[in-house]
Structures are given as structure tokens and as C-alpha cells.
Write a protein that binds this ligand. Structure first.
Ligand code: SF4
Ligand code: SF4
Length: 443
């Protein structure tokens, strides 16, 4: 706290101290150090002379101008950072910037990957469920005051129900406009049915990001990602990517495991060539998965959005989306993101979208104004919400990574075990990667 009338104090007398969430790395060109603050989401470089004030907090005045830079970057703080994280976690259900719906227009799929455990019911979402979703989106926007609605089309294979995507998108886009909110969408598709007509429709309904999986080149891909009833898919998917003009970013996910690790460079080069030939914004995305995960399509999709077990890939992903500390890990920690299956059942986690037994309620009845009173099974909601606030976990409380990690994936915490950031023991590599990612952005 500032003392305007008393004797001048030193910085440390005024409570200034090093943040517990600083990490550092040597500057790669010998220009001192890179300091990253995980709480404030900042990254600065300092030469050794710059660093002197940090060891002089006992003598420098609290108002010394040489400290301003460090205060601004959160490198030194005069408040309890753990208390702030606790408040952020408690506030996770308060007012958000964005409402997120993960919608499965069908759980049916035209692929029959031998590893997929989904029960592929061909049923499509009916008109009544679509009405319920629009009404739910309106309740969520009203209750939250959010000015952004984001939809992720998921499944099953969502392009088996393009009519549902189109009609529901039109209504959600109109709703957003009426509420003064902006609207964006993403699709997770296997890419087999992505022809020009569908790509044009998706572009019109504001889908600006795609996620498509290739398991390798040609037969390597076809061995695991074949059609229901048999038949290859690689050629058709890649021809779609080559010939269809697709607006938006297309992330090509490669499930990397021991057996196909050697193909990474080859597939990456293939995707780059495909991008050059087509003019589409294709980006290769290696996603190392372990043992069973490699043979679990849904897990692959979930990992795509929710993280990886590989330190190297984790650093690559997270350094590019580095942000200030917050109280929640994903939509499972707050009220403003829900998964919805073709029957209108609501889930808190991507992993649960095909598990009706984990549903907490329905699009028809659930109202975030009374989230527990209107939940059909409030325990299925609270089990996730209450994993926010990892400060109750002694290991997380003392952990350097808490502002960024928030205690890890709630699903893993509930059903398996705490999932730490995969680069937990590599803060220097992470700091360096954050610095490099920022440099790339500036260029
Ligand atoms: S709980 Fe985990 S698996 Fe589920 S959506 Fe969140 S990060 Fe993904
Ligand atoms: S889950 Fe692991 S890495 Fe994350 S805050 Fe807790 S102890 Fe740290």
C-alpha cells in the first residue's frame, strides 16, 4: 500500500519483492537474460546491469524510477499472488468475455477407425434440439453479458450434418448480432466430405478454423483412418485440401507415436507442398500421443485442444499461446462453455460429449442464472467446477507453473490423476520459447 504522508520507505519496506512466478533463460545471443513472468504474462530481456536493482530492493526507494519496468512486468510485486490466483479461480464462474458452445450435430461417423470407441449412431440433431440450443445460447449471453459467442462443430463427423450446421449457424449468428456480440466458429472434421459447396457454406457461416487429422502418408494413414465398411481415405482428403478453396486456418494434426515418428518430416513437407499448391492456409501439427492415446480417436481430438504429454510439443504449443495467469484451465472450470450432443444433452468436458452418463443437464432446461437448480444432475456439474482453485492441492499451491497451469486438465484430475505441464522441469526452455514466439509475432 502506498504511504503518501509518512517517511519515504525502501521498496522492500513497502512490500515489494520478487514474484514467485518468474522464470528465466540465458539470452541466446549473450545479451543477458530473458525473464518471463507467468502471472502477468510478460517477457522482458535484461542485461546484467539491468538486473542490479532487483537485488537492491532493501535500499532503493519504493518510488525509484529504476523499478518501474519491473513493477509493470510483474517481476516484482507487492501483493499476495497466491491469494490473487485463488480469487481468480473463485471468480471463474463470474462474467466472461466469451460464451463457448461445442456442438455435435451428429454422433454418426463415415469413418470406422479401429481404435474409436464411440457408438456411431447415425442420428442427426432434430429441429427441436436446435431450437433449444438457440434458446440456451441466448440465456448464456444474457446471463453472462459476454460480447463473443464461439462455436466448435464436433461429433461424430459434423459434415455428415451440414444442413444442421448451416441452419443452426444462421440462427446463432443472428442471435449474436441482436445481442451485440461477435461470432466465430471452428470445426473438427475428418475432411473426407469437405467439398467446395460445404467449404463455401462453412465460410459463409463464419467457420474460420479447421482441424483435420492425417495419420501419415497414404497407406500409413489408411491403415487407421478408413471408411466405415472399409476403404481408403487419404487420397480423397488430400485432394479436397488441394482442390477446394477453404477460407481460414487449417491445422493438420499428425498423431505421432513410436511406430510413425520417422514420418514427421515427410508429412510436414507433404503438407507444406499441399499448402503451396492449393493456396490454402495449411499448418502441420505434430501431436505426440502415448500408447493407448495413439489408438484412441476421441482422445486424439481432445488432446488436440487440450494438450499433450510431450515436453517439446507442450512448449511449442503453450509458448505461442502464453497468457497472463488466470483461474481456470478450460470450459470445465466455468459456467460459460458447454458441450452439446445431438440430443441436446450438456457436458462440461470434450472428453464426455459421447458419454450421456456424464451429462449434467439439457439445452432445453439448463439456465446459467440458476446453474445448479436447473441442472438435471448437479453433481456432474460441480465435480468439474470444483476442481478450479488448485490452491487446495499442496503440490499445486507451491508450484511455479500454477498461474499458467491452473492445476491441469480437470477431467484427468477427476478420473485419473493430476496432469502437470509436460515441461514442468524445463522452465528455461519454456522461457526461451516464449521469447522466441514473441519475436516471431513482432516480425
Ligand atoms: S477437462 Fe480436460 S479433456 Fe475436458 S475439455 Fe477440459 S482440458 Fe479438455
Ligand atoms: S498440476 Fe502440476 S504443473 Fe500444474 S500447478 Fe499443479 S503441480 Fe504444478
Amino acid at each position: 500500500m502506498k504511504n503518501d504522508h509518512a517517511e519515504p520507505r525502501t521498496a522492500s519496506e513497502a512490500g515489494w519483492r520478487l514474484s514467485r512466478y518468474n522464470i528465466s533463460a540465458k539470452h541466446p545471443e549473450n545479451k543477458g537474460f530473458i525473464i518471463v513472468n507467468l502471472m502477468k504474462g510478460t517477457c522482458i530481456t535484461m542485461d546484467p546491469i539491468d538486473m542490479l536493482p532487483l537485488s537492491a530492493l532493501d535500499t532503493l526507494s519504493e518510488d525509484s524510477p529504476v523499478l518501474e519496468r519491473y513493477k509493470k512486468a510483474g517481476i516484482i510485486v507487492n501483493f499476495d499472488e497466491q491469494a490473487m490466483l485463488e480469487s481468480l479461480a473463485r471468480g471463474a464462474c463470474a462474467y466472461p468475455v466469451s460464451v463457448g458452445l461445442t456442438v455435435c450435430p451428429t454422433m454418426g461417423c463415415n469413418f470406422d477407425c479401429p481404435y474409436c470407441f464411440e457408438n456411431h449412431k447415425a442420428e442427426k440433431m432434430n429441429a427441436e434440439v436446435q431450437d433449444d440450443i438457440v434458446a440456451l445460447a441466448e440465456r448464456m449471453l444474457n446471463a453472462s453479458g459476454a460480447k463473443h459467442l464461439h462455436v466448435t462443430w464436433f461429433g461424430g463427423e459434423p459434415l455428415l450434418a451440414p444442413d444442421v450446421i448451416e441452419s443452426l449457424s444462421d440462427r446463432l449468428i443472428k442471435l449474436s448480432a441482436d445481442k451485440g456480440a461477435d461470432y466465430q466458429a471452428t470445426i473438427i472434421t475428418n475432411g473426407y466430405l469437405l467439398d467446395q459447396e460445404k467449404a463455401d457454406m462453412l465460410s459463409r457461416v463464419k467457420v474460420n478454423s479447421y482441424q483435420i487429422t492425417l495419420d501419415g502418408i497414404g497407406p500409413a494413414h489408411d491403415a487407421t483412418r478408413h471408411l466405415a465398411g472399409g476403404g481408403p481415405t487419404f487420397f480423397r482428403i488430400t485432394e479436397n485440401l488441394r482442390t477446394v478453396k477453404i477460407s481460414g486456418k487449417i491445422n493438420i494434426r499428425h498423431n505421432v507415436h513410436a511406430a510413425n515418428k520417422g514420418e514427421m518430416e515427410q508429412l510436414k513437407a507433404f503438407v507444406q507442398t499441399l499448402a503451396e499448391e492449393s493456396g490454402n492456409d495449411l499448418r502441420y501439427y505434430p501431436a505426440p500421443v502415448s500408447g493407448n492415446d495413439a489408438s484412441d480417436e476421441r482422445q486424439s481430438n481432445v488432446n488436440l485442444l487440450c494438450g499433450t504429454d510431450s515436453a517439446e510439443v507442450g512448449i511449442m504449443q503453450d509458448s505461442h499461446r502464453f497468457h497472463r495467469g488466470r483461474g481456470h484451465y478450460c470450459m470445465a472450470h466455468h459456467l460459460w462453455g458447454v458441450g452439446i450432443d445431438e440430443k441436446g444433452r450438456l457436458q462440461k468436458c470434450w472428453e464426455d460429449v459421447d458419454k450421456p452418463e456424464h451429462s449434467f443437464g439439457s439445452a432445453k432446461r439448463w439456465d446459467p442464472k440458476d446453474p445448479l437448480g436447473t441442472a438435471d444432475d448437479p453433481d456432474k456439474l460441480t465435480v468439474y467446477l470444483n476442481t478450479a482453485g488448485a490452491l487446495r492441492d499442496a503440490e499445486c499451491r507451491d508450484c511455479l507453473w500454477l498461474p499458467a497451469c491452473c492445476g491441469g486438465c480437470p477431467n484427468k484430475r477427476i478420473y485419473m490423476e493430476r496432469q502437470c505441464v509436460p515441461y514442468k522441469n524445463e522452465p528455461e526452455a519454456y522461457a526461451l520459447a516464449v521469447w522466441q514466439a514473441r519475436l516471431e509475432k513482432k516480425r
